[in-house]
Design a protein. Sequence first.
Length: 153
Amino acid sequence: MKRGDRIAGAAVIGLVVCSVGAAALGKRAKDRKAAIHATATVTATTELTFEDRGDGSVAVFGHPSGHEVAVLAPRSNGFVRGVMRGLFRARKLGGHPRQAPFRIRRYSDGTLELLDPMTGRNIDLSSFGHDNQAAFADLMTAAAGSGARHAQR
């Protein structure tokens, strides 16, 4: 066997080992999340829609009421914008409507989860740290209250 063949074989074996390891880690993380939510109950659910505006802001509306609950100012709320950009991209790739609402769930243990019913994507917001989770918690609070507010995170 030539040296190049041995190196190629070792590379393939290494790739397989890494792939199996990554899959195992992903399963463990999923199992851990399931265990956490197995004891927690949903205490609040909010549905929101998002609309880009010409000035660079993003309007957030309660669903099904349609009332404006927040306006995310241009060049602010980077975490919310980034998460939503990714979810909207998945919708576009899947041919799903942009206007459909997203769902935020608060659990009894204080964690938040963002769900896209159109794509089935589910994001555990608590895994991104307190401040980032709080950005979505603020939107839930605004939706529960009355009137619009301007978010400046």
